[in-house]
Design a protein around this ligand. Structure first.
Ligand SMILES: C[S@@+](CC[C@H](N)C(=O)[O-])C[C@H]1O[C@@H](n2cnc3c(N)ncnc32)[C@H](O)[C@@H]1O
Length: 261
């Protein structure tokens, strides 16, 4: 684990939630990076095991809602916290020859897995990979037609800064789409989901990936993330218009959409 100031007093006095723990804001990203560098090699397998494959359907839904153009006209997507490339791969496969993607992620280990997958899919020509922080994207204003972030935003230290960056890099008329775990409000399904989250997932992590800790963080960070309406308000506060959301599987996950108008 990172030796950053995780247990010491916060230098700025600010804290951030790392799962159920409050840590110094300066230490938060280092702790998150430790989680993803530890799981990168097994990330795709664990996603399937933990969600029973549901994450694939949710990602298909995100790309279907984006509806990438089928034409040869240039259309530029930035997929932030893109990890091993699930969203960018789907987008390039669904869209026409004009669709190009930039995948950016703070973890070199996750991006390295993604690079291999794009090569295997024969899509390396239409994607660029960049190491970058969602809170300070290394791209000029108004560069992209669409911005996606899937299961990424709950990991950033300052969600408002990441949303501000999303707005900044989108062209006028550009689309923001965020897929994230959310609040399940279906009776019984919520109980089942709690049991799965707190009893099954950490054990699966211990068995399949050798450690329960990163998976405990993943589960806890999901519960700390703002619910559907509150997150929609945060998206509006960043400047987006026509904000709406769709629940997936009873609200276990949700896709939020907004436009830079
Ligand atoms: C749960 S994974 C999601 C990966 C991919 N989008 C998917 O849906 O499979 C979360 C990703 O967020 C990345 N991440 C965490 N904090 C970040 C930040 N501040 N900026 C950019 N990426 C970040 C992690 O490195 C990790 O790859």
């Amino acid at each position: 684990m990172s030796s950053a100031t995780k247990d010491g007093p916060p230098a700025s006095g600010q804290t951030a939630s790392f799962g159920y723990r409050e840590v110094a804001a300066e230490a938060h990203q280092g702790l998150v990076n430790d989680v993803f560098s530890a799981v990168a090699g097994r990330y795709d397998l664990m996603n399937d095991l933990m969600s029973g494959g549901l994450h694939r359907l949710w990602k298909d839904d995100l790309v279907a809602w984006l509806a990438p153009p089928k034409s040869a006209r240039a259309f530029d997507l930035i997929d932030v916290a893109g990890g091993t490339g699930d969203i960018a791969l789907r987008y390039l496969q669904a869209g026409g020859q004009g669709c190009r993607a930039v995948l950016t992620d703070i973890s070199p280990q996750m991006v390295a897995v993604g690079r291999r997958r794009f090569a295997q899919a024969g899509l390396s020509e239409r994607v660029s990979l960049a190491i970058g922080n969602a809170e300070a994207l290394p791209f000029p204003d108004k560069s992209f037609d669409a911005y996606t972030i899937a299961f990424g935003i709950r990991n950033v230290t300052h969600i408002d800064r990441a949303l501000g960056e999303a707005f900044r890099v989108l062209k006028t008329g550009g689309r923001f789409l965020c897929l994230e775990f959310s609040a399940c409000e279906v009776p019984l399904l919520d109980k089942l989901y709690d049991f799965h989250s707190f009893e099954v997932i950490p054990r699966l992590g211990a068995l399949a990936a050798g450690s329960a800790e990163p998976y405990r963080y993943l589960v806890e960070s999901i519960r700390k993330f703002p619910k559907q309406e509150r997150f929609a308000d945060m998206v509006r506060a960043a400047g987006f218009g026509r904000v709406s959301y769709r629940n997936l599987t009873g609200g276990i996950a949700a896709i939020h959409s907004g436009w830079r108008i």
